[in-house]
Design a binder for this molecule. Structure first.
Ligand SMILES: [Zn+2]
Length: 436
């Protein structure tokens, strides 16, 4: 019995990524609020997958040691695709480290397996803890430059349960529809990465680089219900899962990806739009957010100190290449009001920063790592005797602003919009299908 269980579980974990994107479900009707521009959905009819796709999520970057605590028995072997040669271990405490280009999985001082790649797959119901945090699914440990990286391999909906509360917070009952919106958006985003990453070691990072994922500890019953209720629902554009970017608050107008990230692939559904109902007057859906409007003030000296910290890393220049700050200018504004570029003039050099990277250079506080909330701001600079005396920003929103505005989505949920309408508002032209 155990043997067949192994094969089943290991085979499930080994679903090839080619399969994941090979078919999609039939379209459902998406009702859009009046705010969206008309667009013709193009959907490839197909047969839904019979089970959810599997995602590989990097949960720990290179570490000397990884602690593994298993509350269930588990199978251990080399690559997950290999079902032969796996063996069953009982629950317990283990460590993983790198030993001469191999991964060593050990209990106490005793090596259980040395292999180029070590995979473990839980056999029973309990969870496996990695450095004290519980996760669903199995794991792959790989060596990278003498250290070990840890990849969680699990069905996409189990992954989403560990994403939703971290990404949109804990919502009230009248905001529940926004959980469903976030579930479909996050599922679509994750699926959009699978094809792109299939030759690489993992599909997604468990940080803001992709979506924040906290495993079982980060789950919430209501958010999980939304994942279950939207099981298999995916937003598509021209038959492909939507690269569903989202951010906390758009400040009243979502951003155009071509200006925010000129170096990334652009899609028409990410060109930005007013975050309001045409029927509802001028009020933005996100106007109640505490981030909707904000101010930042620097003295010339504080800003200069901060630029000496941020510019060298951003532009890969020497620290002494940034001299005394003599001027700061904005070079352009996008139609939605975001600053497209700034010019920083110092006694040793003049530097230009484009798009969203402005937020990493103009940090509000030189003693904190927090970046500027957004590039949606108006800037006033006081100058005297060839120096910058002070700079004031009046801004709006929090985050890059591309795609869905989460604060607006929550407000639309309170107004009674459906998940499909909300997604159609923020990603015009998409359709929603049952993918599995
Ligand atoms: Zn908004």
């Amino acid at each position: 019995m155990r043997r067949s269980g192994t094969t089943c579980v290991v085979t499930a974990m080994a679903l090839t990524l080619a399969l994941i994107l090979s078919s999609c479900g039939g379209p459902e009707v998406v009702r859009r609020p009046e705010v969206t521009k008309p667009a013709v959905p193009v959907v490839t009819p197909g047969v839904p997958l019979d089970r959810p796709p599997v995602v590989r999520v990097l949960i720990l970057d290179a570490r000397n040691n990884v602690r593994v605590k298993a509350t269930t028995s588990f199978h251990i072997g080399g690559e997950l695709e290999v079902s032969e040669g796996t063996r069953l271990e009982e629950s317990g405490d283990f460590t993983v480290r790198c030993a001469q280009e191999l991964v060593r999985f050990q209990r106490g001082g005793e090596a259980i397996l040395d292999a180029p790649v070590v995979s473990i797959v839980p056999h029973g119901r309990g969870h496996i803890y990695i450095n004290g945090r519980a996760y669903r699914g199995g794991f792959i440990f790989r060596p990278v430059h003498g250290k070990v990286i840890t990849i969680n391999v699990l069905e996409i909906d189990d992954y989403l349960k560990g994403v939703l509360p971290a990404e949109i917070g804990y919502l009230k009952s009248d905001q529940f529809e926004a959980y469903r919106v976030q579930a479909i958006a996050s599922r679509s985003y994750a699926l959009s990465k699978l094809e792109e990453k299939k030759g690489e070691m993992y599909d997604l990072q468990a940080t803001i680089m992709d979506q924040v994922y906290k495993g079982v500890n980060g789950e919430d019953p209501e958010a999980s219900r939304a994942v279950d209720e939207t099981r298999g629902r995916v937003a598509l554009w021209r038959g492909e899962p939507v690269r569903a970017y989202y951010s906390a608050c758009c400040g009243g107008h979502t951003a155009d990806i071509r200006i925010c990230w000129p170096w990334k692939d652009s899609y028409p559904y990410l060109h930005g739009g007013r975050d309001a109902s045409e029927r509802g007057g001028s009020n933005s859906f996100c106007s109640r957010s505490p981030h909707f409007r904000w101010r930042v003030h620097w003295s010339g000296n504080t800003l200069e100190r901060m630029l000496k910290k941020t510019l060298p890393g951003e532009l890969k220049i020497r620290r002494d290449a940034v001299g005394s700050l003599t001027d700061l200018k904005q070079l352009g504004t996008s139609p939605d009001g975001r600053i497209t570029s700034i010019k920083i003039v110092t006694t040793h050099g003049t530097y230009r920063i484009d798009g969203d990277r402005i937020r990493w250079v103009l940090k509000p506080d030189p003693n904190s790592n927090a970046i500027l909330k957004s590039t949606l701001f108006k800037m006033s600079v006081k100058r005297a005797r060839g120096k910058v005396v002070s700079v004031n920003l009046v801004g709006g929103g929090n985050g890059h602003g591309v795609g869905m505005c989460q604060a607006g989505a929550v407000r639309m949920a309170e107004f009674g919009y459906s998940a499909e309408e909300i997604l159609g508002h923020y990603y015009p032209g998409i359709v929603i299908v049952r993918f599995y």
